[in-house]
Design a protein around this ligand. Structure first.
Ligand code: NDP
Length: 448
């Protein structure tokens, strides 16, 4: 961290104001520490209070979501939307439905989204939203009633030129459909106000695959440029078994790697023969089942209900794709002791600061979330373009653009890192490259 009194004062202010929001503070501290040299190099930032504005969302809304369950009982959840920064485009970022959702989680995700969207090179600002509603175990009718109630309030804050939400944990095609239908009914307009839509009503080919595939394009490029290596023949641990994990597994296998793990919030499976993708998809995508069923169906696989032990499996490459802070310092140490060479993040902020220190101290090639998992929002941006044009591009067209965006992110990160650190410091590089574009736009637009 630099000795700059300006940065120290920003950090102090964040601690005072947001000390009760640990995930948000964690994200802010990480970014401030790594962009310090770029901030020191540009006195205009301090002169215009740019960092004070950068860490403060433009708007944060919290609202009541009341709905009726299948037994006729009234349920009340909390809904959120943070509109963090619109300097380079309309707010853009997913909606998360999970019982752990709170103000800290939404603000950390929104803050990260600003930098991630900037890195894609597309004109998108950053936002995020969600609710502490738990879709697990709910009927389709209950999920629909919840989504309709949620959108009844959210619709007054969003729009195709204002704020364009998408999916995240717990929000897939089913939920986006219900949300979109309710927006259309209330506003009496068909517009590209949500991304991640089904193909029948304005969705983009390759959006479902985008985050997982993008993670692999990014990591393959980084391996190639910084280690002269590739996925071919590597053993890989992937956590999670949702949208990101499944398509990361698919692309890793097609690049010649063997993926040996999958998990959910209850436990993980280890399959030394390599995960059978058809069975994984059948359990998790087609039937919303639990990962334990994989071990019941595949004799070479074992199940453990200690979720964090997934990182004790010896692998060359680890791709955390479940949730925040799923790799702590001890898990990172285990990975390193067992020979891991690369960690790239499909999930948002899956590594704690202590874990990142372990990667750094042991020369692990580390691909931070805001760069490595930007493929999802990148293709969401491409879905917005297709909606505006009233056209649909082919799978290969979208996938090709995704690949170009992910390889460009590696190049931008390496260039920014080389200016202030070493080219393989992809974390500093991503933070600086993402920040400088947003900061330039904020400077140009005056004090807002
Ligand atoms: P899904 O809901 O499809 O899957 C989430 C997976 O993570 C499930 O296997 C889930 O298990 C597990 N999980 C969720 N919460 C926890 C928890 N608290 N502890 C342990 N495991 C948990 O979500 P996605 O695949 O879309 O998202 C995964 C990660 O990727 C998130 O961090 C998300 O923010 C990030 N991401 C997603 C993008 C996208 O396009 N979808 C884009 C960029 C980032 P269980 O079923 O038991 O809950």
């Amino acid at each position: 961290m630099s000795n700059s009194p300006y940065l120290a004062s920003i950090l102090k202010q964040a601690e005072q104001r947001d000390g009760d929001k640990p995930e948000f503070l964690q994200a802010v501290k990480e970014v401030l520490a790594t962009i310090a040299p770029a901030v020191d190099a540009n006195p205009a930032y301090e002169a215009t209070g740019l960092l004070e504005r950068f860490i403060e969302p433009e708007r944060f809304v919290q609202f009541r979501v009341a709905w009726v369950d299948d037994e006729g009982k009234t349920r009340v959840n909390r809904g959120y939307r943070v509109q963090f920064n619109s300097a380079i485009g309309p707010y853009k970022g997913g909606l998360r439905l999970h019982p752990t959702v709170n103000e800290s989680i939404i603000k950390f995700l929104g803050f990260e989204q600003v930098l991630k969207n900037s890195l894609t090179g597309l004109p998108m600002g950053g936002g995020k939203g969600g609710s502490d509603f738990n879709p697990k175990g709910k009927s389709d009718a209950e999920v629909m009633r919840f989504c309709q109630a949620f959108m009844t309030e959210l619709q007054r804050h969003i729009g195709p030129f204002t704020d364009v939400p998408a999916g995240d944990i717990g929000v897939g095609g089913r939920e986006i459909g219900f949300l979109f239908g309710q927006y259309k009914r209330i506003r009496d307009e068909w517009s590209g106000v949500l991304t991640g839509k089904a193909l029948s009503y304005g969705g983009s080919l390759a959006r479902t695959e985008a985050t997982g595939y993008g993670l692999l394009y990014y990591t393959e490029e980084a391996l190639n440029k910084l280690r002269n290596d590739s996925f071919e023949g590597k053993t890989v641990a992937i956590s999670g078994s949702g949208n990101v994990a499944v398509f990361a597994t698919e692309k890793a296998q097609s690049l010649g790697a063997k993926v040996v793990t999958a998990s959910d919030s209850n436990g993980y499976v280890y399959d030394p023969n390599g995960i059978n993708l058809d069975i994984l998809k059948d359990i998790k995508v087609d039937h919303r089942g639990r990962i334990k069923e994989y071990a019941d169906r595949v004799s070479s696989a074992t199940y453990s209900d200690n979720r964090t032990d997934i990182w004790t499996v010896p692998v060359d490459i680890a791709l955390p794709c479940a949730t925040q802070n799923e790799i702590d310092g001890a898990s990172a140490k285990k990975l390193v002791d067992n020979g891991v060479k690369v960690v790239a993040e499909g999930a948002n902020m899956p590594s704690t600061p202590e874990a990142i220190d372990v990667y750094r101290d042991n020369n692990v090639l580390y691909g931070p979330a805001k760069a490595a998992n930007a493929g999802g929002v990148a293709v969401s941006g491409l879905e917005m373009s297709q909606n505006s044009e009233r056209l649909s591009w082919s799978f290969d067209d979208v996938d090709g653009r995704l690949k170009t965006i992910m390889t460009n992110i590696v190049a931008k990160s390496m260039d920014a890192a080389a200016k202030f650190s070493t080219p393989d410091d992809l974390m500093s590089g991503a933070n600086i490259a993402g920040f400088e574009k947003v900061a330039d736009a904020m400077l140009a637009q005056g004090i807002l």
